[in-house]
Design a binder for this molecule. Structure first.
Ligand SMILES: [Zn+2]
Length: 277
């Protein structure tokens, strides 16, 4: 994944705000179909795999591509069977490629997938930032976030009541925008079959941290934290506060404040680091 500088983030935010203002999107939620219509883009029912065969990509990269934009034809092609939330995100991601001036200029002469990997990664990350900044209305998100108590409960309310975005996208943005040292852990149950309950172990898929958070986790690490397992096994559908013992990389276990929430796919844990720890 490309590292995007703070300055580049702000540039993309300014472009997303320009996009929202230009087409009269004044308040959330942002309707993705209206966003693509505003740029005269259209979703066409072609096979993504057929298009990708022509691209110069290794198979593992090809499998990760969820959508393709043909800027000359004003067409977006999605991978078939892509869930609604991911399609919604993909629409704004593609608008990002089409709206960001330096993307657009490049893409008129060269399809995205023909670019060298490092450049492709950079553009992909920028298009995702554009999608986030558009869905969360640029600087407005920070203001609304600050009105609630810090934590997943506020982020959950913003997803449900304001932005209409997925928990995953909203929690990620919440952490990335936060100046509190915090980290979002995304877990998946480890089990032989989905039907086996209760679930007794969770594996860490990945994590997202705020700029202020120090420490690392090992993706793939396994937890048997009782409180976390209780949350997933009893379907609370609410944010539950708990403590967690974590290894912050120095080999020493540290007890931190955490809160977790489970949707039907994943468990999200927000770890809040005390200043100075
Ligand atoms: Zn892209």
């Amino acid at each position: 994944m490309a590292r995007i500088t703070a300055a580049a983030r702000l540039t993309v935010r300014a472009e997303a705000e320009k996009f929202l203002a230009k087409y009269g999107f004044m308040h959330p939620p942002l309707p993705p179909d209206e966003a693509i219509a505003a740029r005269k883009l259209e979703i066409v029912p072609l096979s993504l795999d057929d298009l990708l065969v022509k691209a110069n990509l290794p198979p593992h990269k090809q499998a990760k591509i969820q959508a393709v934009l043909d800027i000359n034809e004003r067409a977006i092609v999605f991978r078939s069977g892509l869930g609604l939330q991911r399609q919604n995100w993909g629409k704004l991601h593609e608008v990002g490629h089409e709206f960001l001036p330096w993307h657009k200029e490049l893409l008129y002469c060269c399809p995205l997938l023909w670019l060298p990997a490092h450049q492709l990664d950079q553009l992909e990350a920028e298009a995702d930032i554009f999608a986030a900044e558009a869905f969360f209305f640029g600087g407005q998100f920070t203001k609304l976030s600050a009105e609630g108590d810090f934590g997943l409960h506020t982020a959950k309310q913003l997803a449900e009541q304001v932005y209409g975005t997925s928990y995953h996208a909203t929690f990620t943005h919440y952490v990335e925008e936060s100046n509190v040292p915090c980290c979002l852990l995304v877990w998946k149950p480890i089990q032989e079959a989905l039907s086996i309950r209760p679930i007794s172990q969770l594996g860490l898929l990945y994590y997202i941290k705020s700029d202020e958070f120090s420490g690392h986790f090992q993706p793939g690490m396994i937890t048997e934290n009782e409180k976390l397992l209780d949350i997933i096994n009893s379907h609370h559908n609410d944010v539950v506060k708990h403590e967690m013992q974590i290894d912050l990389g120095q080999g020493e276990l540290e007890v931190v404040q955490a809160e977790s929430f489970c949707n039907s796919y994943n468990v999200f844990t927000l770890v809040i680091q005390q200043k100075g720890s």
